[in-house]
Design a protein. Structure first.
Length: 467
């Protein structure tokens, strides 16, 4: 079904990033590209689905065939019909304003009849459990819900091959399990699945092979059993997450406490006639790393924006050190890192970005550079933030938070799409900030991160301290 023969690739104006790859994927097979961030997994999916070099320009050598036909000889519209794509950032592939229109969009472009478009759209929305959101504007969906829409849209067109780039990066455990069931059904129907992923537990019963990518080369192949038998040390050494499910630690619930740095009392949020959440009680104290978790769409990001003053609560009150503060005053005391880090960088270089919130920039320069060194960003200090990889942007946002001097640090999905090595770097830094007396909140579905550094777990709908 898919054949790569001595394939190499370089993006326009850059050094080669894929080197002499040989690969054959049979019809109905599921293969997973694994490895450290920035080593070519996403580029390999782009080569297979035709986005590179036909959208992402560059130089391709070697042979790449789909169903025995050279990919270069397959017209663009036919490639779109044969290969469905799901990207790490689903918003980058949206063309419609609301959910049902987005799911139907690909079918319309492929010229299906009106009735077939309706049937395919209705069927996929029902199968993916999206009925309740059918007419919802896409900009009102959570990150996980947007990812589900992207998968539904690709599925509606009925391609033979699917490529997925970090499809669970923003999904909770339940949604990741549902995605695994969806992909298993596609596999049973004979579809070929190519996945680039860091979270591996949901793929252990689905994948036929795990292909380790290092420096743009396929250097090792694992069966699911071989991968499961890797020790924690071996997995860490090659930058992999643990392939087995991790359960975050739980202890009995605690009430709001005196001396809390940040506190919410019966906080509610409504948008129009829709209640996002109601009567939330929450507190976090200096020295704690609190995970805010829960199913996709329960309002985790909205709650964080209320805490930091970017959104006003519909009811209840928010207190800092026991005093009720309006949103404007909260913004002075909180650093907030959004899930989409692209929206919050404002300067032309990495070094200038971390110095932006420092009042005494000249005196703080060495501290800023040392923070960049700790996060592996010093060598990129003169680069524009927009040119960094996703993981590097996550670490830059963390550096900005650490250097901000704010008493409450909030990070929204800070390990989304990160390999095991980068996850450990971030978890260690979060623990260090808590030890330095800061209060840290992380909005996350990442059980490994929770186990590694979180002292408490707040689940939307109830407070559950961890270890």
């Amino acid at each position: 079904m898919i054949e790569l023969e001595n394939v190499s690739f370089a993006y326009a104006g850059e050094e080669p990033c894929i080197h002499g790859v040989d690969l054959r994927v049979a019809a109905g097979e599921c293969v997973v590209f694994i490895g450290r961030s920035g080593n070519g997994k996403t580029t390999l999916t782009r080569l297979i689905n035709g986005l590179a070099p036909y959208y992402y320009e560059g130089t391709l050598s070697g042979k790449l065939r789909i169903g025995g036909t050279d990919l270069a000889e397959i017209p663009q519209w036919e490639r779109a019909k044969q290969i469905g794509c799901v990207f790490q950032d689903p918003r980058s592939q949206f063309f419609s304003a609301e959910l049902a229109g987005e799911v139907a969009f690909g079918c319309e472009n492929l010229g299906f009849s009106v009735q077939e478009i309706r049937d395919r759209t209705d069927g996929v929305i029902r199968t993916m459990g999206l009925d309740a959101l059918r007419n919802t504007p896409l900009d009102r969906l959570s990150s996980g819900e947007k990812q589900k829409v992207a998968i539904a849209s690709a599925r509606a067109a009925g391609p033979r091959i699917f490529t997925f780039d970090e499809p669970t990066a923003n999904l909770d455990e339940e949604s990741a399990g549902q995605l695994s069931e969806t992909l298993a059904e596609l596999k049973r129907q004979g579809h070929t699945l190519v996945v680039a992923e860091h979270r591996l537990s949901w793929l252990m019963e689905l994948a036929d092979r795990f292909l380790y990518v290092d420096g743009g080369r396929l250097v090792r192949e694992f069966s699911p059993r071989e991968l499961a038998l890797l020790s924690a040390g071996e997995a860490a050494r090659i930058g992999l997450r643990r392939p087995c499910k991790t359960e975050p630690p739980l202890l009995p619930a605690a009430d709001c406490r005196t001396g809390a740095a940040a506190e919410a009392r019966r906080v509610c949020c409504t948008v129009g006639r829709k209640t996002i959440f109601r009567d939330i009680d929450f507190s976090a104290s200096p020295g704690e790393v609190v995970a805010v978790t829960g199913r996709n769409g329960t309002g985790k990001t909205t709650f964080a924006k209320i805490l930091c003053g970017l959104r006003r609560e519909s009811g209840g009150s928010v207190l800092f050190s026991g005093k009720r503060l309006p949103p404007g005053r909260r913004r002075e005391r909180v650093f907030y890192s959004a899930n989409d880090t692209n929206t919050q960088f404002f300067t032309p270089s990495v070094e200038e970005e971390v110095l932006l919130l420092l009042p005494r920039r000249e005196k703080e320069l060495e501290r800023a550079r040392e923070t960049l060194r700790r996060l592996g960003l010093y060598e990129y200090r003169t680069r524009h933030p927009a040119t960094l990889s996703g993981g590097q942007k996550q670490r830059l946002s963390l550096a900005c938070g650490v250097l901000s001097g704010r008493e409450l640090l909030i990070f929204d999905e800070p390990t989304s799409g990160l390999d095991g090595g980068n996850m450990k770097i971030i978890s260690d830094m979060l623990k260090q900030e808590a030890e330095n007396g800061k209060t840290v909140l992380v909005i996350t579905h990442d059980a490994e991160l929770m186990e590694a550094c979180c002292t408490h777990i707040f689940q939307m709908g109830g407070y559950r301290p961890g270890r």
